[in-house]
Design a protein around this ligand. Structure first.
Ligand SMILES: [Cu+2]
Length: 176
């Protein structure tokens, strides 16, 4: 019984290492105000960090509004795209699939000019360990958890990852 409980803890510890990469955040654009004229979406976005895998949800009365995914130029000039359709369900879910800038505007007459527009920067998935200086924009998969090992090996691993790895190591020693 004790051993299987320890195994469970080891499993959960390993899961904890990978969990930050697997969790997606759903953001309701404008929070309770939703998607409409009169909300400052620059302010709404400025204290948030968006990652690949997160979702934006645009909520509005479907008959009153819509959402266009646009280019930076279209965003700045409030140009309605002619080569694509707006989403207009009133509950539009936009998956953030790539790092970089993303621009959205309302396609309703005059709304974009009244600043019903949103620009965000999508970050690549947060790395599980310290980022390397000058690293590429694509993040490598997190390294596998180390086997139960000496303190010297564990000491070179830093931060949150190191803490979890240490727990795995200690529990591994308890099982052995
Ligand atoms: Cu609008």
């Amino acid at each position: 019984m004790a051993i299987s409980t320890s195994h469970l803890f080891v499993f959960l510890s390993i899961a904890a290492i990978f969990a930050p990469s697997a969790l997606a955040t759903n953001y309701t654009v404008g929070d309770d105000a939703g998607w409409k004229v009169g909300v400052n979406y620059t302010e709404w976005a400025q204290n948030k960090t968006f990652y690949v895998g997160d979702n934006l949800i645009f909520k509005y009365p479907a008959k009153d509004d819509n959402v266009y995914d646009v280019t930076g130029g279209q965003f700045h000039n409030c140009t309605i795209p002619t080569d694509k359709n707006a989403t207009n369900t009133g509950h539009d879910v936009v998956s953030l699939t790539q790092p970089g800038r993303k621009w959205f505007i309302s396609g309703k007459e005059g709304h974009c000019a009244k600043n019903q527009k949103l620009v965000i920067t999508v970050m690549a998935m947060a790395p599980a360990s310290s980022p390397l200086p000058g690293g590429s924009s694509s993040s490598p998969p997190p390294p596998p958890p180390p086997p139960p090992a000496s303190g010297a090996t564990r000491a070179v691993i830093s931060g949150k990852f190191g803490l979890v790895a240490m727990v795995v190591g200690i529990l591994g020693v308890m099982i052995a």
